[in-house]
Ligand binder design. Structure first.
Ligand code: SAM
Length: 270
């Protein structure tokens, strides 16, 4: 029966693996179900270093948010496909640099809203919006986005480990729509799963599409991801395996993954 007190509960299907919950499982979190763990088991058979990849990606997210706040004085963040709360969430990093930084988390998975309401939406300068990141107008007209994101001020638009969830013809139009909404000087952080090996690209993409009932895109090539940055100014240190991106600030060296990587970087809207 539908739970009127909790509008999220009736939309959360624990029998179908979700990208957010699989990622949480790989990161060592607790917000996942048997179907997610089974799908992760199949993924690990194709790419055994998937846990290292997830941990490396999350470490990149921490480094890049701190870098944007410290070096570029970014004070407002739109986190597209934010994922479930975990250690060192974006607002904790950003507000650690500047306590009034504003962060809007956007995810279409109801479990992110359910857990995010308590663990991401923690003060007046944070909000969790359940929305499809492709619906740019809906997002920018949302009351929390209107309240927290000043359209005249530069914004960081985060697309970290999310573009592989979208179909080939969806990525460029999405970036174009967001570019039109943001002030000059805004920064884009974009990375996604890539592999030099065709069998990994095919194997993972087929598995993820089946597991999520078509709710996924593709593991791509570095050349394809480079294309996402068209019309933006790529900033130092350039596009790369995100494990290498300003890795000198990590106390402990991260494991390199062999079969695939998260690849991308940051760029400015002129
Ligand atoms: C691999 S996780 C990445 C989480 C976080 N960005 C990070 O890097 O740690 C991908 C997230 O994107 C979300 N996602 C996928 N497609 C989406 C869409 N069309 N709209 C909003 N969120 C989406 C998933 O629910 C999931 O939480």
């Amino acid at each position: 029966m539908r739970d009127r007190e909790n509008p999220v509960s009736h939309t959360l299907d624990t029998g179908i693996p979700s990208v957010a919950r699989m990622y949480d499982h790989l990161l060592g979190g607790v917000d996942h179900y048997q179907a997610d763990r089974d799908a992760c088991g199949r993924l690990l058979e194709i790419v055994p270093d998937s846990r290292a990849l997830a941990l490396n990606n999350r470490a990149f997210l921490r480094r890049v948010v701190r870098h944007l706040a410290e070096k570029h004085e970014i004070r407002q963040f739109l986190d597209h496909g934010s994922g479930l709360p975990t250690a060192d969430n974006v607002h904790e990093i950003a507000q650690g640099v500047h306590h009034e930084s504003r962060v809007v988390y956007i995810d279409n998975d109801p479990i992110v809203l359910a857990h995010g309401k308590t663990r991401l939406d923690q003060n007046d300068n944070t909000a969790v919006v359940q929305a499809d990141m492709r619906e740019t107008d809906v997002i920018f007209e949302h009351p929390d986005v209107e309240r927290l994101i000043d359209k005249e001020e530069k914004t960081a638009a985060l697309f970290v480990s999310v573009m592989h969830c979208l179909k080939d013809d969806e990525v460029a139009p999405l970036l174009e729509r967001v570019r039109r909404k943001l002030a000059p000087g805004s920064l884009f952080v974009i990375c996604q799963l890539v592999s030099d090996r065709a069998e990994i690209r095919e194997g993972v993409s087929t598995l993820m599409r089946e597991a999520t009932q078509g709710n996924w895109g593709r593991v791509r090539t570095k050349e394809e991801v480079t294309g996402y940055f068209s019309g933006l100014t790529i900033l130092e240190p350039g596009l790369m395996n995100v494990t290498e991106w300003h890795a000198e600030s990590e106390v402990v060296p991260q494991q390199r993954t062999e079969d695939w990587e998260e690849w991308g970087g940051i760029a400015r809207l002129e």
